[in-house]
Unconditional design. Structure first.
Length: 368
């Protein structure tokens, strides 16, 4: 099977005659491999699709929306934002929630509003690899601090980096991607107090956190320059629906409304996402099972003599391999696709069905 660990297309020399921005020349588009293999555990999806009953409700909602497709959708997505606020709780209202096409668009809007030329965004590596790309695309300077060997953020070091760099935007992923590491609320609050600009806590995997883990949503009332982002792509089994969202102050949300593209959320997206939220209990029904599978996978990997990072997400970062690509390719040759990402020597596997995880363990055992 061919090696397709990354997208091979790029702005190659053949495009030199085009007036492309210099910093984009030679760059490859972001993306994980989309290969037709029996077991796909590389992009942190929920492996369980919506039930037939939910699909039927979604189809009916889509049909109703289609009857009005000659008209533009509600550009403010007010009803959807109200549903999202009700789901999040914490006393949030529709004017404190924003929604877009995946959390990627939310992040791009954040840097369009608060980044830009002469401004700096920062995070602490290893973390989500798209953050510096959002910065690049908005002409925002990028700065990266370092995480500790156990992938936690050492607060004194982080505060020192913030004091030295004076970033306009700080990204904190909790649970972090690709490591699965969650941050303590006290540390987030300390960073909010020290940061001169805005702080964005990316909670894309929050629903998978261990029971009792607090959310940064509880800090919003006391930190007006804080935003908490979420997505329906992971726990909600709605990756194909492309719905990301953010909670912050109403004034913060208004800043994003200035930079959003007109009618950025289609009527179909809004309608179907509202159905998913109405069925939240069912859509999230497999989260506890996926958490248990994650914890069992960590135990299995450690028993096999490997290092596995503690995780509050639906994936596990493990290693450490002298040649991680050989392990990645060996798994792919056995029909199992995982992600070659994170620090050198590490790989990431997201949680699948029991059958998929059994296939992963069997294939990895052969390689070990």
């Amino acid at each position: 099977m061919p090696d397709r660990s990354r997208d091979e297309s790029s702005l190659a020399p053949a495009h030199d005659e085009l007036p492309v921005r210099e910093e984009l020349r030679g760059e490859r588009p972001y993306g994980a491999p989309q290969l037709d293999v029996p077991v796909r555990l590389n992009v942190n999806e929920n492996p369980y699709p919506p039930s037939a009953a939910v699909v039927a409700d979604m189809a009916a909602a889509a049909a109703r929306a289609c009857a009005g497709l000659n008209r533009y959708p509600d550009r403010e997505a007010v009803a959807l934002r109200a549903d999202l606020a009700a789901y999040l709780g914490h006393g949030l209202t529709a004017d404190q929630v924003w929604a877009a096409n995946g959390s990627n668009e939310v992040m791009a809007q954040l840097l369009s509003a608060f980044g830009g030329p002469g401004r700096t965004a920062m995070s602490f590596a290893p973390t989500y690899s798209m953050y510096p790309e959002y910065a690049r695309d908005t002409h925002t300077a990028w700065a990266a601090g370092r995480r500790a060997d156990d992938f936690t953020i050492e607060l004194p070091a982080a505060l020192g980096e913030i004091a030295a760099r004076r970033p306009d935007v700080v990204f904190l992923a909790s649970p972090n991607n690709p490591t699965g590491t969650a941050l303590a609320l006290a540390d987030i609050a300390a960073i909010c107090a020290a940061a001169p600009g805005i702080v964005v806590v990316d909670e894309a995997y929050a629903e998978f956190a261990r029971p009792g883990a607090p959310s940064a949503l509880s800090l919003l009332a006391s930190h007006p320059r804080l935003a908490v982002t979420r997505t329906m792509s992971k726990a909600f089994a709605f990756a194909g629906g492309r719905l990301g969202y953010l909670a912050a102050s109403a004034e913060f949300v208004d800043a994003l409304r200035v930079v959003r593209l007109p009618y950025h959320l289609s009527a179909l997206t809004q309608a179907v996402a509202r159905v998913a939220l109405a069925h939240a209990e069912e859509m999230l029904g497999n989260v506890a099972q996926l958490r248990a599978e994650r914890d069992a996978t960590i135990d299995w990997l450690r028993a096999a003599g490997l290092v596995a990072a503690d995780s509050d997400a639906n994936f596990v970062l493990f290693g450490v391999f002298a040649d991680r690509h050989a392990i990645w390719q060996g798994l792919l040759d056995r029909g199992v696709l995982i992600r070659e990402t994170g620090p050198d020597g590490w790989l990431r596997v997201c949680m699948g069905t029991p059958g998929e995880m059994a296939a992963f363990r069997a294939a990895l055992k052969e390689l070990l």
